[in-house]
Design a protein. Structure first.
Length: 260
């Protein structure tokens, strides 16, 4: 190609908007916005936003700034393995490549609708594989219970709107059975579990065995995930970026799905 033709071609590419050069992909936000309504464990401090400045200042221009505070584990958030496994990575030490990977969706809405204490079984996982193929290595395993539709109604979502230690005994929501977690660590090499409830262990758990089984093997979890009803069974990617808290056992996370 002549030099003059190359110049014309490069000039044409340069004026094409960046968005037009990218293949069309659909982004789905799987994150609940943080607010005073965000759901936290009954014993944890919730999200607070304090107004430091808001309005037109003495110099004549608008300015706003806020301060926030919250427990690590609440709203849409990520648990680091160290949360239940001594010596395992804190939230700032999870490798970046583990925060981006293929996603698969295991849907147990029917089972959870019949039993709000339902625990996802090994059979649910192998049944998914029978229909869809092997759960891929390095994936984000998304578990849809249907509980996301109740957020942020604490009574429906958690089973109780009470606060404090006494409320913990009244928690009722689905989770992942420890035996299913054991099957995962023995047979598959996933990066993370994500679920649309307040915990990967079901609400009545007292020993948090699912957390312990997974976190001891370095598999982290994302809880209170939003909008799983918009996901296909497979064929999408997940990106989950937590706040990088040095030494943290967890952090708020912005999680998105990327569809072709």
């Amino acid at each position: 190609m002549r030099r003059s033709a190359w110049i014309v071609l490069l000039a044409a590419v340069a004026v094409v908007p960046a968005a037009a050069q990218k293949p069309a992909r659909k982004l789905i936000d799987l994150t609940h916005a943080f607010s005073s309504e965000s759901i936290y464990w009954p014993t944890a401090d919730g999200f607070r936003l304090k107004t430091d400045a808001e309005g037109v200042n003495e110099k004549g221009y608008y300015y706003s700034a806020y301060s926030f505070s919250a427990a690590e584990h609440g709203g849409t958030h990520m648990d680091a393995p160290v949360h239940f496994a001594r010596g395992m990575p804190s939230i700032d030490r999870i490798p970046l490549e583990r925060l981006w990977g293929p996603g698969v969706l295991v849907d147990v809405q029917q089972q959870a609708a019949a039993d709000r204490d339902y625990q996802v079984t090994e059979g649910d996982l192998t049944a998914w594989e029978t229909r869809n193929g092997r759960i891929p290595d390095g994936c984000m395993l998304m578990i849809r219970t249907g509980w996301g539709s109740f957020y942020p109604d604490k009574e429906k979502y958690l089973g109780t709107a009470q606060r404090g230690e006494a409320a913990v005994a009244n928690l009722h929501f689905p989770g992942l059975h420890p035996k299913a977690a054991e099957w995962i660590v023995r047979n598959r090499a996933i990066s993370a579990i994500a679920i649309d409830t307040a915990s990967i262990d079901y609400g009545q758990s007292q020993l948090f065995e699912t957390h312990r089984v997974l976190y001891e093997k370095g598999i982290f979890a994302i809880e209170n995930v939003a909008h799983m009803d918009r996901l296909p069974v497979k064929g999408f990617e997940v990106i989950a970026l937590p706040m990088k808290i040095e030494g943290g056992s967890g952090a708020p996370v912005r999680i998105i799905a990327v569809l072709p």
